[in-house]
Design a protein around this ligand. Structure first.
Ligand SMILES: [Zn+2]
Length: 212
């Protein structure tokens, strides 16, 4: 049977990248809320006390999918997977409790990265307004500073990536997710991995935890 892995960590910790690699390494499904939502748009939720009969109807109406629907979709994605890496859920303590009721976890890994390092990582992104190419001033710089390698257009910093916005995102993350981290720490299942090494070093540490 495939492993059940939960990867936690703040925005910028590299959760997405590491989750994908882990899923490939152990032949698991990479489950994110967004992907689960997209692949279960037509799920019948008419027996739930909700406004619409499918998750897709909320998305079509441009409305926020209610928590209970998100929970049902995540459950569907997890139970239909032969092993998974769960990424981006639970986002709060309530979801963590719901998750305990739907599945057992083999490993809960918390990617720990210092806040100032996260700010550096998250504010360094530059995007090309012409072709959509994405760069990072430190980790993936274009050949010529501020200029797109692909098409020569001038690179921009998105509003989402400014320091003020990034700090606010990190604050909101901390407020909602710190109790989730504490929850798993209290249960004795949380393993903290230093997320400040190179992606390869971080990956090796996570594999070490998961292989135990
Ligand atoms: Zn470009």
């Amino acid at each position: 049977m495939g492993k059940h892995i939960l990867l936690l960590g703040p925005p910028g910790a590299g959760k997405g990248t590491q989750s994908k690699r882990l899923a490939a390494e152990f032949d698991l499904e990479h489950v994110t809320t967004g992907d689960a939502l997209r692949s279960n748009k037509q799920m019948d939720i008419s027996d739930m006390d909700t406004e619409y009969d499918t998750p897709g109807a909320y998305m079509d109406a441009g409305e926020l999918v209610p928590d209970e629907v998100v929970n049902a979709i995540v459950e569907e994605a997890l139970t239909s997977a032969d092993g998974y890496v769960l990424d981006g859920y639970p986002r709060n303590l309530e979801q963590a409790e719901v998750l305990s009721g739907m599945t057992d976890l083999d490993a809960v890994v918390y990617l720990s990265v210092d806040t100032e390092e996260l700010v550096d990582r998250l504010t360094g992104r530059r995007v090309c307004p012409e072709c959509g190419a994405s760069y990072h001033v430190e980790f993936e710089p274009p050949e010529e500073s501020g200029v797109c390698d692909e098409c020569g257009a001038e690179l921009e910093q998105r509003d989402d990536d400014t320091e003020e916005t990034v700090r606010e995102r990190l604050r909101v993350y901390e407020e909602n997710t710190a109790p989730v981290v504490e929850h798993y720490r209290d249960e004795g299942v949380l393993v903290e991995v230093d997320g400040e090494g190179t992606p390869d070093e971080v990956f090796d540490s996570i594999v070490g935890v998961v292989d135990e």
